[in-house]
Write a protein that binds this ligand. Structure first.
Ligand code: SF4
Length: 444
């Protein structure tokens, strides 16, 4: 729980020396409570005060990172139970398993198949972010060799999945420079796995079948000197796992219960690809930080990635595309010119339907602060002046010779004023974008 300004004030030296740049200790305490100052700015604060404030101001859920370079991933740092309360910070990481029972070309082919799990959706590139090496063989040597092959064949972040500390130790020593996530430490192996994590500077996964068991385990691991911990509720039915994840999230964020203030990992290594796809999507919704699937079927991975895209957008910032003129195919100065708004879902729907028409054309996208056509019109963000300004800015006069602009059917009402403002002929297009292909074929 964050401290108030007065609570912080009680911990400060109260000598009003002004070395922090504030006139009084109270002013500094208030600035600190509002996160407008840092305790480092007070050279007079004692070590005890620093420790107390650091503990009190620590985020309710720790940030844990694994992987290296551009493919490092971040988990945790969440502050709310529901996205609309603020936003979620660390999108769920989707990982796909690679068995150490494979070797040679078969192993490399599987790793490449995981690397290839990437998609373009609504103008955004989405992908699987991690490879999970699974110790199916039971052999520490085979596990370590498979981890090395993964490191050589993929830049994705790595998770090492084994219940045997000796296998985790052998693999971690070989690939520690890419900072893999070690999964898992149980009550029986916590000391040994914590030692490996500490020696190799890797985060680890604590696994138990209940939130209470996890709380005991994280305390033990923390006492052993490992701070970067990920929670795993293991061996539960999906219904019970979802319940446990919700309990853990609520305890961490609402009660600031530090032993559960860590991100989570879920293993979905069994069942048909259909079942895995359903479980993974459900886990993304409540509140998995990492989901490891066994299937590498693109159609089974995509639902989870799509759910992540939707859940981890900032609800206060509509997803927008750049306002400008977009080309479909290779348009000429005689090609149709369409108008739409910069709400990304609106734009990509129009783009896809325009492409389906096979009629080369231009799309003039006006800045409506990321709102859809009707919302923008009713909020006066789409009016004749906005459109005329956008036409001037994008110099559409020199783009087409016909001086005709096709506007969405839903805003047919603005055609008269738009004609007066621009001097262009305004054509009213269909209300639904799905009717665009036929419309464009008719007007082209
Ligand atoms: Fe108070 Fe510290 Fe600021 Fe001095 S530097 S006024 S002790 S808060």
């Amino acid at each position: 729980m964050a401290l108030t300004g007065l609570q912080i004030f009680k911990l400060l030296p109260k000598n009003n020396c002004k070395k922090c740049g504030k006139p009084t200790c109270l002013a500094f305490a208030m600035a600190l409570a509002q996160k407008k100052a840092s305790l480092d700015e007070c050279p007079e604060a004692s070590q005890e005060t620093r420790a107390t404030l650091a503990e009190a101001s620590a985020p309710p859920m720790r940030a844990v990172r694994f992987g290296a370079g551009a493919h490092e991933v971040q988990l945790g740092m969440e502050t709310v139970l529901f996205r609309h309360e603020e936003k979620f910070y660390s999108p769920t990481v989707i990982a796909v398993s690679v068995s150490d029972g494979l070797a040679g070309d078969a192993l490399k082919a599987r790793i490449r198949a995981v690397n290839a799990l990437q998609f373009d959706r609504v103008g955004t590139h989405i992908r699987v972010n991690a490879v999970a090496v699974v110790n199916d063989s039971g052999s520490a040597a085979a596990f370590a060799a498979a981890a090395e092959t993964v490191k050589a064949t993929s830049k994705l972040a790595m998770i090492l999945v084994s219940e045997a500390p000796e296998a985790l130790g052998a693999a971690a020593a070989r690939v520690k420079d890419v900072r893999p996530l070690l999964a898992c430490a149980t009550a029986a192996t916590a000391d040994a796995v914590a030692k490996i994590a500490k020696e190799n500077n890797c985060p680890l996964v604590a696994a138990s079948s209940s939130p209470d068991g996890l709380a005991d385990l994280t305390e033990k691991i923390k006492a052993a000197g490992v701070e970067d911990i990920v929670l795993c509720l293991k061996g539960l039915r999906i219904k019970d796992e979802l319940y446990g994840l919700t309990v853990a999230r609520a305890a961490a964020l609402k009660k600031t219960f530090r032993p559960l203030g860590y991100p989570t990992l879920s293993l979905v290594l069994e069942g048909t690809p259909e079942a895995q796809a359903g479980k993974a999507a459900a886990l993304v919704c409540k509140y998995a930080g990492v989901v490891v699937l066994a299937t590498a079927e693109p159609w089974a991975i995509l639902p989870a990635l799509t759910a992540i895209m939707n859940i981890y957008t900032d609800p206060q910032k509509p997803v927008q595309v750049e306002p400008k003129v977009y080309t479909i195919g290779e348009p000429t100065d005689g090609s149709p010119l369409l108008l739409t708004t910069n709400f990304s879902l609106t734009y990509y729907t129009v783009e896809s339907d325009a492409e389906a028409s096979r009629v080369p054309c231009y799309i003039l996208v006006v800045d409506t602060e990321g709102t859809s056509v009707l919302t923008a019109y009713s909020g006066d963000k789409l009016n004749e002046k906005v459109v005329a300004d956008a036409m001037k800015k994008c110099d559409v006069e020199h783009l087409v010779k016909h001086r005709k602009l096709i506007i969405p059917g839903y805003v047919a009402v603005m055609s008269g004023k738009l004609e007066e403002e621009t001097g262009w002929e305004i054509l009213v297009g269909p209300r639904e974008s799905s009717m665009l292909p036929k419309y464009l074929q008719d007007v082209a």
